[in-house]
Design a protein around this ligand. Structure first.
Ligand code: ZN
Length: 442
């Protein structure tokens, strides 16, 4: 590290996690500094502490961003999103299978056009910056160039992003299908081109069991063996009709998770979206294989899929790792506040409480850990990558009014996750660089 290079210094309230609030009492799982300082240098967090202690270390060469009483924390991690569905977010009236056929597939077909893909990728990156999302696990489309367009956009500003080409060789329109051979060739080319280039990471991405033949699932398994440093993402047990279909298509498998088990697709670098309707056997397999799940509550409510049970994930030994996903465009918002609020509401349906520390943990460090990236992102700690969000705790008239009666940090955070949206994102830092409303700030 070049200690003479100018540092970026943030001042404001600082929140970091010291433990997992799902394991220990959540009131002991965090560290909050009411007047804190964060030093960033060379894309990393260099120091975090009290302003009284650290401010004497600020030099004339440092660039100071005073965020006053706003809250500085790690950037949000979206563990499941389809950038290519930006154009169908907020589409009316369908559940999963009909939703795919009516809205998703026609829209994804447009990504054969590189210009269309580039325009969407830019709009998507802007939404991430506007909403404080610094890392996401992203589904592109079946088109190889949809991945190039996305990684070009995220690599240009050094975002820590995971993404992959969707694999589908059956039960989809002709214009959206590849073959097992094409899936292998194109995924391999994309892995060689993008995996670990800058901060880009490749995730092998079969859409879900019904749209891949057994031959294609074998290709997925071969790719995972051949490229063990890559990730794998797919969907599971989102909707009852989808599950019945999987039973029909894979009669030799005991259940949905059993399909992915059969093709060796489970493990610590696998992230399964939704996982709403699981049997005890499936929960046990996920726990034993250390497979992670992405909880996508706005999507699960919006397309009527059901209610994920995070307490079932916690009840396993070891617990199943869970992050939050916006799942745009089945999900109805890029806002992690909306996503946390929906996760709280879904927990209420099960008779459980998701407290604010747990929700913010799931949206940051918990999400990072579910992606196996907890040693690189998701918290404010020296040595971690410099991806942060700055939250304005007074962003709307209603929130300002509500905050007058707030007495604890928990109440303040809970009010934010219930009432806030992108207006509360004062700034997003990517690799140490500050953005406001998706525009770089010096
Ligand atoms: Zn999805």
């Amino acid at each position: 590290m070049n200690n003479n290079a100018p540092r970026t210094v943030l001042r404001g309230q600082v929140l970091s996690f010291t433990d997992d609030p799902f394991i220990v009492d959540s009131s002991t799982a965090y560290h909050h500094i009411s007047d804190g300082i964060v030093f960033l240098q060379d894309g990393l967090i260099e120091a975090v502490g009290n302003a009284a202690e650290l401010s004497p270390q600020i030099t004339d060469a440092d660039v100071v961003h005073d965020h006053a009483d706003k809250l500085i924390m790690a950037g949000f991690v979206d563990t499941h999103v389809h950038y290519s569905q930006l154009g169908v977010i907020g589409s009316y009236g369908t559940q999963l299978i009909e939703w795919l056929n009516t809205y998703t597939f026609p829209e994804e077909g447009k990504f054969r056009d590189m210009d269309y893909a580039r325009t969407c990728a830019k709009a998507y990156v802007d939404q991430c910056l506007i909403n404080g999302i610094s890392t996401a696990s992203i589904y592109c489309t079946v088109h190889e160039q949809s991945v190039d367009a996305l990684f070009e956009a995220t690599d240009a500003i050094n975002m820590r992003m995971l993404a992959g080409k969707v694999l589908m060789d059956r039960h989809a329109p002709d214009f959206l299908m590849d073959t097992p051979d094409l899936a292998y060739e194109q995924s391999t080319a994309l892995i060689e081109r993008w995996h670990e280039k800058g901060r880009s990471l490749y995730s092998i991405t079969p859409r879900f069991a019904p749209t891949s033949t057994e031959q294609q699932l074998e290709v997925v398994s071969a790719l995972m063996r051949e490229y063990p440093t890559t990730w794998m993402q797919t969907h599971t047990s989102e909707n009852k009709a989808e599950m019945a279909w999987v039973t029909e298509l894979f009669p030799d498998c005991p259940d949905y998770i059993g399909v992915y088990e059969k093709y060796d697709m489970l493990g610590p670098k696998t992230v399964l979206g939704h996982a709403i309707h699981l049997s005890d056997r499936e929960w046990a397999v996920l726990s034993e294989s250390n497979t992670a799940l992405s909880h996508c509550p706005t999507s699960n409510l919006f397309i009527g899929s059901g209610f994920f049970d995070f307490t079932a994930a916690q009840a396993k030994t070891p617990p199943v790792r869970v992050g939050l996903g916006t799942d745009v465009g089945g999900g109805s918002s890029f806002s992690m506040f909306h996503t946390m609020k929906a996760a709280y509401e879904v927990a209420q349906v099960h008779g459980n409480n998701l407290d604010a520390f747990q929700a913010f943990y799931m949206a940051t460090l918990g999400g990072a850990k579910s992606l196996g990236l907890g040693d690189r992102i998701g918290n404010l700690k020296p040595g971690l990558e410099a991806d942060l969000v700055v939250i304005d705790l007074q962003s709307t008239p209603l929130i300002r009014y509500r905050m007058q009666t707030v007495e604890t940090l928990h109440e303040a955070l809970f009010a934010q996750m219930t009432l806030a949206d992108d207006r509360a994102i004062d700034a997003t830092y990517i690799n140490g660089k500050c953005y406001r409303n998706a525009e770089p700030v010096d």
